[in-house]
Design a binder for this molecule. Sequence first.
Ligand code: GLY
Length: 393
Amino acid sequence: MLFENMPVITGEEVESGLRFSAEQVVRNLPEFTYKFQKAYSVDGFYEPIENNYWTTGFWTGEIWLAYEYMKEAGDAAAERLRAAGEIQIDSFLERIERKIEVDHHDMGFLYSPSCVAGYKLIGSKKGREAAIKAADQLITRYHPVGEFIQAWGPMDAPENYRLIIDCLLNLPLLYWASEETGDGKYREIAEKHIHTAVKNVIREDYSTWHTFFFNMETGAPDHGATCQGYRDGSAWARGQAWGIYGCALAYKYTGRKEYIENFKHVTQYFLEHLPKDMVPFWDLEFTDGDDQPRDSSSASIAACGMLEMIKSMEPEDAAVYKKYAMQLMKSVYDNYAVKDETESNGLVLHSTYSNHSPYNTCNHYGVDECNSWGDYFYMEALTRLHKDWALYW
Ligand code: GLY
């Protein structure tokens, strides 16, 4: 086993990390009830934004995770959190009705941890309505010829005719919508996309492509390319982490055993390319000694994927991946998590959103900062270690 001697997070550390996180969310409510946290902090502090970016669902997801924790603890703050979550759901309903910045595939990131969560936890009817509308929006991006959901940009442009690995996390919204409405069309599209994505984004050595293009006329696979990774042939750390969690969810929803094998392979590649403290650099090309930023969010995302996958594994395998998840979270908790609210209004430092390199096409922002999803998945991973969590995805 890799990292044989790395310590695992203890029950007390899980509890303390969760308590601090829930309290930090409560401290943030005055500023972030009618507003949302920006995707990334600047010098450790998030600014408030309107509900108009692909990441705002993560902040609402943190509110719901904090609500769950505080409710269980019998803390009066639970009611404030619930009220804030409902206010945010109103905003998500308005956003999807007015189609504000929803012409992309991130409907799951937006609507699962906010509206599906609110529906599951408190029976929010508005949450249900908003999430079904978001699922309707998401399936408008499906290409029947290529059999995938297009990530970004206008649907009729060959230069946009691609999927991205991140989208695997957007598909549980479609399974949920089929379950809720009794209409199988959402599930059928999700299944086609999963199959096309997994078949093409995983390379022979089990590293992954961030994005993959198809031929617009024939739908045939064309080529992989990065956007946020260091270079085309490298493995963007968060893409690999989305792949780990994505394969676990693909198995959960399809029951196809091949996705467990895919999970094992992409996880192995991730683990083999981690530095000594197990928290990856922003691209798995880099390791100890490289002067490059980390992406702590990838560690928490990968841990969540492992903790989901072990539910369907034989005990021997489950023990192995549970240990890895607990080691990852120990390192994030010890070395990356915010412990003092004067240092940051976020939860986890040293995450990287979009790091421009000479070989990629992305903008440069949110580098070595808190990232909204890094905070959300940190809380999700701790919650998964704390109890048998009913997932929002
Ligand atoms: N889904 C975009 C990102 O992970 O940065």
